[in-house]
Design a protein around this ligand. Structure first.
Ligand SMILES: Cc1ncc(COP(=O)(O)O)c(C=O)c1O
Length: 477
């Protein structure tokens, strides 16, 4: 092949190439459940497959694609696999995957109105859908799509600090519980807060923040001349799915003039299910809210979202007016999303949300989320009936924590920890299911996050049976 200084393929080549890519994606969606969800490989193995200098000479396009399909795609965990239970899975959906392909194919710049009014409009519309879903003020409220929950939390905390403290945040203090997601601490570190400006509030036995400890801490901080400015609540903790007491916290925040941020990155979507909505009562009281469409709204990566009660807060925090953007400013209603967040150049994230909700209808999302919550409850029932398993934290927003602890055994806590760690390692080694542990109150537990609508009760039963097999093996050692 000759060097191709325009980086182009012929129309026929592009067509063949594209069909091959789509065929591979369709095949993946169609057959993923027959594959193993876990991928592991050592750095040496990966180096031996991929390591090379940037090639000066071209290669055949089809050969490169074949190599990638064969070697790269097969060596990643399948986070949309029905037996992918760990972390927060990414169930995704085909329509949104294709929407992302379109957005990338057309390389749509989703930063400003002038460049792509339709992209900006679809972001306004879909953010509007989410504002309504979460009971935020529809007219005054606003928001922005981000790469994920981490960026949404960072955007929220920057905004809170700007609105509550202005330029002088030397005495500002931020509060969050010991169950808050690590991305919040990361955001706080990015923002340069000192140690004495960060208060981690202990949770009670239910993993909810202790309101008394929060109130005491705020009072003490005021006494030492600090400025409490933001509380980060969690609606759906990553560990246990627990929802902080949102209504009570909103009252404290109001009394204390503290910004109320809720990180509902994974759990927020449960508002579309009846019992989820009950659990999330008070979510509409937040000043800002993180929800992650790339988790339980079934969107492919990357898609997070920050909603705010007043869109002007974002504008007042992020607007910069460099001379090279003076010709594209537009008017008030024509939003330039680069003025509402950190990124200037942004991909067109709204498209996948728009196309998938239009295609399937919100009712499909409601059913899928309801199914997920009920599935976790059924798993809890099965585990409770069994003589081998112990529930450590009940099914909440489709997350359940449990451990192998057969009735009548004489193992101490250390032995139980070792047993459950062993079960998880063996399951991972078998590659049959992605089931890792977490620590609750310092002890090893198995955790399932059942937000994939393609996971069946039989999938879970098979995984539990596999766990029991490994446990029996270990017990016999
Ligand atoms: C509660 C919560 N907040 C924030 C995040 C971070 O989101 P992301 O991984 O999309 O950056 C997660 C991820 O699991 C989460 O569960």
């Amino acid at each position: 092949m000759n060097s191709n200084a325009k980086l182009e393929l012929t129309k026929e080549e592009m067509t063949a190439y594209g069909y091959k890519v789509v065929d591979a994606i369709v095949e993946h969606f169609d057959t993923q459940h027959t594959k193993k969800p876990v991928a592991f490989a050592s750095r040496e193995e990966m180096d031996s497959l991929f390591l090379e200098q940037a090639p000066e000479q071209p290669s055949d396009a089809k050969q490169v694609l074949d190599f990638v399909l064969q070697e790269v795609m097969s060596k990643s965990a399948i986070v949309s696999h029905p037996k992918s239970y760990s972390f927060v899975p990414g169930p995704s959906n085909y329509v949104s995957a294709m929407a992302d392909t379109l957005a990338t194919g057309f390389n749509i710049f989703s930063g400003g109105w002038a460049a792509s009014p339709a992209a900006a409009e679809l972001e306004i519309i879909t953010i509007g859908w989410l504002l309504k879903i979460f009971g935020f003020p529809k007219k005054k409220g606003g928001g922005i799509f981000t790469s994920g929950g981490s960026m949404a939390n960072l955007t929220a905390i920057v905004t809170a600090r700007r609105i509550k403290c202005g330029d002088d945040f030397s005495k500002a203090v931020i509060y969050l519980s010991d169950q808050a997601h690590s991305s919040n601490i990361k955001a706080i570190r990015v923002l340069g807060f000192r140690k004495e400006q960060i208060q981690i509030i202990p949770t009670d036995g239910d993993f909810k923040v202790s309101l008394n400890k929060l109130k005491n801490c705020i009072a003490k901080d005021r006494l030492r001349g600090m400025q409490p400015f933001c509380y980060v609540a969690t609606a759906g903790t990553t560990n246990t799915g627990t929802v902080d007491p949102l209504t009570e916290i909103s009252k404290i925040c109001k009394q204390e003039d503290i910004w109320f941020h809720i990180d509902a990155a994974y759990g927020g979507a449960a508002i579309l299910a009846k019992n989820g909505k009950q659990l999330l009562k008070g979510i509409d009281k937040a000043d800002s809210l993180t929800v992650d469409p790339h988790k339980w709204f079934y969107q492919p990566y990357e898609m997070g979202c920050l909603l705010v009660r007043d869109h002007k807060w974002l504008k007042n925090t992020f607007t910069e007016k460099p001379e090279y953007l003076r010709d594209v400013e537009g008017n008030e209603s024509e939003i330039n999303f680069y003025d509402h967040g950190i990124q200037l150049t942004r991909r067109f994230r709204a498209l996948k949300f728009y196309m998938s909700v239009k295609t399937f209808g919100l009712s499909a999302f409601r059913k899928a989320i309801t199914y997920n919550i009920q599935l976790a409850e059924k798993v809890e029932t099965i585990l409770r009936k069994s003589k081998k398993w112990e529930i450590i934290s009940p099914a909440t927003l489709a997350v359940i924590n449990f451990r192998y602890n057969p009735i009548g055994n004489t193992w101490n806590e250390l032995q139980l920890d070792a047993m459950n760690q062993y079960i998880s390692s063996q399951v991972i080694n078998s590659r049959e299911a992605l089931l890792v542990t977490t620590l609750l109150n310092g002890h090893v537990v198995l955790r399932m996050c059942l937000i994939n609508p393609r996971t069946t009760l039989d999938d879970v039963k098979e995984t539990l049976a596999l766990c029991e097999e490994f446990a029996t093996q270990k017990a016999a050692l």
